[in-house]
Design a protein around this ligand. Sequence first.
Ligand code: SAH
Ligand code: SF4
Length: 407
Amino acid sequence: MDIQSQTAEDLEAQFRAWGQPAYRVAQLLEWLYVHRAANWEAMTNLPRALRDELRKQYSLTALELIRKQGARDTTQKFLWRLTDQALIESVLIPANPALYGEASDRHTLCVSTQVGCAYGCKFCASGLKGWKRNLRVEEIVGQVLAVERWNEDESKVQSPKSKVQSQERGAESQNPESSLEDHASRITHHVSPSLQPRLVSNLVIMGMGEPLANYENLLKALRILNAPWGGGIGARKITISTSGLAPQIRKLAEESLQFRLAVSLHGATDATRDKIMPVNRKYPLRELTAACEYYQQNRRRMITFEYVLIAGVNDGLDQVKPLATLAQRLNAKVNLIPYNQVEGLPWERPTEEAQEAFLKALEKQKVSATLRREKGGDIDAACGQLRLKTERELAKVKVPSEAREHP
Ligand code: SAH
Ligand code: SF4
């Protein structure tokens, strides 16, 4: 068991069994989620005997950064290696990239939930090599911690002042009286006298993998990332994207935490969806939209339809009317995303004129819609591509014919 897969309640029960006072749990959580400690040795205010006990009972693993793409204050992609050598990605997106020359302090992190993906959407890099395994709770939580650790290290390099800040943080946590509530209020307010604001304020579960196919681990990870003693990220700032697993959408509707839901539609008729998303054969639109309706009624939350525009596949204006009908029925807004080309796949993004025409036609139907207008910007490509590229590069060294595996 990894310590980063444990909730405060799990730890309280264990500490009680050990005869440890409750404030020790608060201290431990502070080390994990405020200081983002990557080893037991750092936890200097925990008695050595307790640290040894913890080390015996739990692992404390940190993701290993092996590649990063993109410059600071822009969208950045992180490629991580897991303990079994599998590769996953996270993408960090600033809220206002370098707006007015100021670096943004609010960031959205796009996290992965599986190694590969079993759903095999025809246009997607993540599903190209099939599914390897589900991510464990700590590997989902660990993406946020690792990015924040990285950011802290970077700012130490950039300004020696922050070194003093992290020493102050250490001093602050020497106080054995710090209660879970103190700790919680420090985190929920995102700032304490000696702490910088937290880097990641929003999460989108849109990285590699189908989140709802790893339901239990995802939900436990999100409870930890949402908790005031943990990541402190509000449930409304967490968006789960699914390719359309209808039964799990219904299950999600019954959870106590109100996450936002994004549904990858990419086609407004079964004929169009069938062409690119095999999942549509299992849960066709009628079933999917009924589940969305259930979610929307239970949660009273707006759903987002994601619609990746692919030239000649789903960008025809014949899709606009059925899309508008669905969006109106479910009170959903539509997020149009120009397709990012994947090396080795034949699909292409439509021209800008075609993208704008699709948007205008939707708006004419009184649908609330947005179009992502970034130009080129390969870095903004959906997750899965950096991993694919890296694996291909590695394979080229070993097996030169690997690149021919996919059409
Ligand atoms: N499996 C989930 C979440 C991960 S994919 C899902 O499918 O919703 C996140 C989003 O990226 C999905 O909407 C997916 O369709 C989209 N996507 C995948 N490959 C893409 C590409 N090459 N260009 C643009 N969007 C892509
Ligand atoms: Fe899997 Fe989502 Fe990619 Fe489809 S789009 S293959 S569900 S990651």
